[in-house]
Write a protein that binds this ligand. Structure first.
Ligand SMILES: [Zn+2]
Ligand SMILES: [Zn+2]
Length: 278
């Protein structure tokens, strides 16, 4: 991991109105540990898991709100994350080439008002469809505007992402994570390792089609991996047990899964200046 690039944010203050009504309306997402299933759009509910500590906390660095193409507010996403056993959830709404300030100010304000214990809230951006030659500068601009994490919308197999996006993101020290890289090359995996950019395995339908190749190359060169949901609604967030399955399904060996779903996320939080915060 490279030097500290993030910044911490203050907590406290007056909270926005909370919309807890979204919580009970989602089947299988209640706080009871005996109901591990939830994810709409990821291929059905997993069977109940015996023996595994469902209290094993979950970390997710990629999600969206209605400020871009998500369905609800950051507060709703964070509350649902808490209910599912998350220790951290990043809101990373799409930023194209516009001024990052209005969106980030809105999210950072909401973050200040989130006074529920137990969750590390992270606010950032997902640079999306930015011309590759402008990605490094856009990442720096987002940081200056208060982004605690900068991720880049990678070259997923299911969208027309500008070619060269992966390479530009992986060459920038201002980028923390490359989301759904799609058909990653070995050279790009090496860049990820060299610049400490974390590579993402996605639980999201479509984006997840590239997971196998991403995992293989990351493991081959020693680049870091995490499992993110790219949730656009509370029901898209996944429990830790499902994140483990996605890692295993992508070809991550059993002995390496904890590194992907727990150790690397903790290192990333530390790098973001968010370790030990709730
Ligand atoms: Zn994306
Ligand atoms: Zn996304």
């Amino acid at each position: 991991m490279s030097a500290q690039r993030g910044r911490s944010s203050a907590r406290g203050g007056v909270g926005p109105s909370v919309g807890p009504s979204t919580l009970p309306s989602t089947p299988g997402t209640g706080p009871r540990p005996s109901a591990p299933s939830l994810r709409a759009g990821v291929g059905g509910a997993p069977p109940p898991v015996e023996g595994r500590a469902l209290s094993d906390p979950r970390y997710d660095f990629h999600s969206h709100t209605f400020l871009t193409d998500g369905e609800t507010a950051a507060t709703d996403m964070w509350l649902q994350a808490l209910a599912l056993g998350h220790r951290a959830l990043a809101i990373t709404d799409h930023l194209y080439t516009e001024d990052p300030k209005p969106m980030l100010e809105r999210l950072l304000q909401e973050q200040k008002g989130f006074e529920f214990e137990g969750l590390t809230t992270v606010v950032g951006v997902e640079l999306s469809m930015v011309p590759p030659r402008r990605i490094a500068e856009a990442a720096k601009g987002a940081r200056r505007a208060g982004a605690e994490i900068v991720i880049v919308h990678g070259e997923t197999p299911v969208e027309a992402v500008p070619p060269g996006t992966n390479r530009a993101a992986l060459s920038s020290n201002a980028v923390d994570l490359l989301a759904h890289p799609g058909l990653l090359t070995e050279e790009e995996a090496e860049l990820a390792r060299a610049h400490d950019v974390v590579l993402e395995l996605s639980t999201r339908r479509g984006h997840s089609l590239g997971n196998g190749g991403v995992a293989k190359l990351a493991l081959q060169v020693g680049a870091d991996l995490v499992v993110d949901s790219d949730a656009h609604a509370p029901a898209h967030l996944v429990r830790q047990e499902f994140a483990r399955k996605v890692a295993l399904g992508a070809g991550v060996p059993l002995a390496h899964v904890t590194k992907v779903v727990t150790e690397t996320p903790l290192q990333l939080l530390k790098r973001l200046g968010k370790a030990g915060r709730s």
